[in-house]
Design a protein around this ligand. Structure first.
Ligand code: NDP
Length: 300
């Protein structure tokens, strides 16, 4: 293995440390405590785990954490009323509605009812438009985390060829916009892309956000390229015992690591950065709401 392993866990701890410092300064110098509200509808086990760890880390960096757990049958009107209440609560600077929502709720409507300045997930249509036009916005957490790791590794990204595999609204598209914003030459690949291996072979930076276990093998990777593996896939792991599973990314780690210059592992790569960036976005939102300078290095 020759690639440098980009340690997302350590990087995320550093980002959370920076966030905590800003929180302390906001409290000490301005008497403000940033607040994050997380809304969970229903009992999806994976969502419950995410919400729990978001709440724990929010408290650990010294912020106020509010959790609203609503019944799976909650009506759209009740959910919108709660969001309205949070929009008007000055102690709350970030609002996150955990997705996916139960089928009877219109996700677009719900997300677009969040005050865009408190939309720390960056999914509100206004933030999507602001990002797309290079204006100050709330940036989706996972792509923001990837960008931070890329900037840290490369310094300048200007002129590099970046291939983003996946065009979802939450990862692929905003990732592409951020890379474009840093002057990469960006190709967005998806399920209809022809000659995907050749497209990926042209990349100095590969961001894989597909949701297919180990789909990208090492022989698609240009020697020395940086591989950011966003995928989180659970697969059977009979070698660990009957019924056991393990997490893998969208890239085949061992073969990619032999060719790449740098690579993020799964787990321990992009994943931890997502929550760290959620906390960073909440501090950013709090600073903007109070007319204060934004924390350096924690925004796009
Ligand atoms: P989506 O399912 O929304 O999007 C997947 C994308 O991959 C689509 O654009 C799809 O193309 C494309 N795709 C599917 N099959 C292929 C293929 N064979 N070749 C090329 N492209 C293909 O997924 P998300 O973006 O939400 O998530 C992607 C992965 O990232 C998942 O594993 C998810 O769990 C993980 N993830 C991790 C996060 C983290 O914190 N680390 C956060 C968010 C997601 P098309 O549009 O043509 O269908």
């Amino acid at each position: 293995m020759s690639a440098k392993v980009i340690d997302g866990k350590a990087f995320a701890a550093k980002v959370r440390g920076q966030v905590a410092e800003h929180v302390t300064r906001l409290k000490d110098e301005h008497g403000i405590t940033p607040g994050l509200a997380v809304v969970l509808v229903g009992e999806d086990p994976a969502s419950q785990v995410y919400v729990r760890s978001k709440g724990k880390m929010t408290l650990e960096v010294g912020m106020k954490s509010v959790e609203h757990k609503l019944d799976a049958n909650t009506s759209e009107a009740d959910l919108l009323a709660l969001i309205d209440q949070l929009n008007n609560d000055d102690t709350i600077h970030g609002i996150l509605v955990q997705l996916p929502l139960p089928k009877h709720l219109n996700e677009d409507l719900v997300i677009n009812s969040i005050d865009p300045s408190k939309d720390v997930d960056g999914f509100h249509i206004s933030n999507v438009g602001l990002l797309g036009t290079g204006q100050k916005s709330m940036v989706p957490c996972t792509p923001l985390g990837c960008l931070m790791m890329l900037r840290d590794h490369h310094g300048s990204l200007s002129g590099l060829n970046a291939v983003v595999v996946g065009r979802s609204n939450i990862v692929g598209k905003p990732m592409s916009q951020l890379l474009l914003g840093d002057s990469c030459t960006v190709t967005i690949a998806h399920s209809r892309t022809k000659d995907l291996p050749d497209v990926v072979r042209g990349a100095d930076i590969v961001v894989a956000a597909v949701g297919r276990p180990e789909m990208v093998p090492g022989d698609w990777i240009k020697p020395g390229a940086t591989v950011i593996d966003v995928g989180i896939n659970r697969i059977d792991a009979p070698e660990k015992g009957e019924g056991k599973t393990r997490l893998v990314g969208d890239c085949h780690y061992e073969s990619c690591a032999e060719v790449a210059g740098a690579i993020t592992p799964v787990p321990g790569g992009v994943g931890p950065m997502t929550i760290a960036c959620l906390l960073a976005n909440t501090v950013t939102s709090c600073c903007r709401a109070n007319g204060l300078d934004e924390p350096e290095g924690l925004t796009a």
